[in-house]
Design a protein around this ligand. Structure first.
Ligand SMILES: [Zn+2]
Length: 268
């Protein structure tokens, strides 16, 4: 059973920005009379109209599960958990299947997480994966239907960033943790031109963008070699944005380098 009071405790009405509270067994509402149905799978969609981006497909989510649940990115999750400490209320923006969110929650007894993603299928998996995870389908690029100063930490792992909105929802003294790939991340898989997207989103760019509103806390380079078999190679190619394009056959590498920056900030 979904704990509707806990789900509502994260959220504000996307129409009028008032706090959402349970109004019956499967509905959240505000005092202005706006009503939002909670899905039977335990999450609420507050997308509103006009979101033009498409969430991850089932195939992309299966690929993510192969990569993440197989432990290929476990060192990233460990670095993230170490960097972020023990938050009690944690928002994962672009949570996917909730892998990183669960990793951080594992070190924070009694904590709860909100998995936010554009993909309802991803949010459903995240909610199903842990009793400590609530689910929200929403678009990171739009005003977030999340209460102001209500979370201790925001996670953003290989996901779009809305720095002003993350700042608004973080409590004073909270932590924003961002994971971005370096130029050499998975380079051997791209060598044959099979995977289209070369990372362009550098830690330096994130830090420059964050500078006016956030003080930097720490930056860690996580880098290691990853042995590849056919399944993992295919899954790594299929989990990313390049999977939308035709002909994304990864190069025949037997090993690749994982290379990312884990950067943390606190609101100024
Ligand atoms: Zn409202």
């Amino acid at each position: 059973m979904t704990d509707l009071a806990r789900l509502g405790s994260w959220l504000r009405c996307p129409v009028c920005a008032e706090d959402l509270e349970p109004v019956d067994r499967l509905t959240l509402g505000c005092t202005q009379g706006h009503r939002h149905d909670v899905n039977k799978r335990g999450y609420v969609s507050l997308l509103g109209g006009g979101s033009k981006f498409v969430g991850d497909t089932t195939e992309m989510l299966d690929a993510r599960d192969t990569v993440l649940e197989g432990g290929a990115y476990a060192p990233i999750a460990e670095a993230l958990a170490a960097a972020i400490g023990s938050p009690q209320r944690l928002l994962d923006a672009g949570a996917g299947t909730g892998y990183y969110l669960r990793a951080v929650l594992a070190g924070s007894p009694g904590a709860a997480g909100l998995a936010m993603d554009l993909s309802p299928a991803a949010v459903a998996r995240a909610v199903r994966s842990s009793p400590d995870v609530d689910g929200l389908v929403a678009d990171t690029w739009r005003p977030l239907p999340v209460r102001s100063h209500s979370v201790d930490a925001v996670l953003d792992v290989f996901a779009p960033r809305n720095l002003p909105e993350f700042h608004r929802v973080l409590r004073p003294g909270g932590t924003l943790a961002v994971v971005v790939p370096r130029a050499d991340h998975l380079a051997s898989l791209r060598a044959a031109g099979g995977m289209l997207d070369v990372p362009t989103d550098k830690a330096e760019d994130v830090m420059a963008a964050a500078e006016p509103a956030y003080a930097p806390l720490a930056r860690e380079h996580v880098s290691y070699d990853l042995a590849l078999d056919d399944d993992l190679r295919r899954a790594l190619a299929a989990m990313g944005p390049s999977a939308r394009h035709a002909g994304t056959t990864p190069a025949e590498a037997t090993e690749t380098t994982v290379s990312v920056d884990v950067v943390t900030f606190t609101p100024r």
